[in-house]
Design a protein around this ligand. Sequence first.
Ligand code: HGY
Ligand code: MN
Ligand code: MN
Length: 434
Amino acid sequence: MIENFMESLNVTIDANRLWNLLMDLGKIGEEDNAGVTRTSFDQKDIEARKWFLKLLEQADLSPYMDAAGNIFGQIIGKNPELPAILIGSHLDTVNSGGRFDGAMGVLMGVEVLRTLKEKGIQPERTIKVVSLTDEEGARFDYAFVGSTALVETEGSGKLKENLASATDKDGISYLEAMKQASLAGEYFNQINPDFIEQAQLGKNDVKAYLEVHIEQGKVLENEDLAVGIVTGISGGEWAEVTIMGEAGHAGTIGMKERKDALTAAAECILAIEKIAQDSRGSVATVGKLEVKPGSSNVIPGKVEFTLDVRDISNECRLSTVTEIYDSIRTIAANRGLGCEIRPVQSLSSVMSSPSVMKAVKDSLQELQYPVYELPSGAAHDAMVLGKLTDIGMIFVRSQSGISHHPDEWSSFEDVTLGCEVLFRTTLKLSTSGQ
Ligand code: HGY
Ligand code: MN
Ligand code: MN
């Protein structure tokens, strides 16, 4: 069906231009295994930012960077005093990630603006594209920095505190990395973590935030559909857990005398799995674990692991998290070990705005493409921006549902349709009064 559909599709955007940019960007940070690594403010992230700024300059989209390192391009509307439409996503990746997660949504925003310019269409409202700083949190285990800076209202105190305390594997703090990045040349000198509140937007600045993203699951593929409308995004809870035991000689200390932090952590991890399995719909993951001192002939004295819990229902997420925390404390106490749980980040689930969903739906119907709605299990900048403005997301089918992986892929046809839907949705939303 899709082949025939694509042949008859009257595409406004320049699909080849978009695809070529996506493939070019995928070369920045590309590794031998064909995975891509661009983590926040590392060398490759800076290179991608420079590439992106040049693209915005060449496309005459008046780029600028804010105090949080978010990069904007724009077309000023006929009524610049009206709240703008913001289209965005992120250019950073996980370690050995793919070419599409984040990058596709940002480049589609550029394509929409370029198409408007070329067609001589000046929208009613200003339309901006934004590349948001650090959605993934891969380097500092602290995510959504750019979007949080746009919405945090109470003097950005919490964000600043977290930027000071989050460190990468080499002990460099987020704050230091940002200060270093501010020396990277033109535009970068706007980065200013000490005054990150300058990046804040008000409710009158933005009418709606739109994000196109790969689905990162198999729902659309199973439905044989290229795109879908996102109904809402699951909330998430992120924490770090330390189990404190006692290191000792692997040959001399009897099994009953041990305070093995790793066997305790193993029991905790299995309990986490069981609690999530028995919950109504939560998913829980331990994705990172560090054993200290980390020798084959030493009983582990200390283990640190991460915890990631998601649920579309805020109530269920919080009850799953409470149960997990209680269980970790009980397991450690029963074994005579200490434990510390440090909550890192907490984001409520967010529902898409009915008016944005309607604009996406109308665009699909214009194109005579089936309308299909689905929730997002993955987190996105849109869930943070939902605290500020109406949000909406369009998902593009992921091949075999693979993501955060070098094999992450979406076809040229699916990407084309996703961008065409974004173009039409943006035009509808940018019309004054709608
Ligand atoms: O973790 C997430 O869901 C997102 O990919 N950053
Ligand atoms: Mn991701
Ligand atoms: Mn993403």
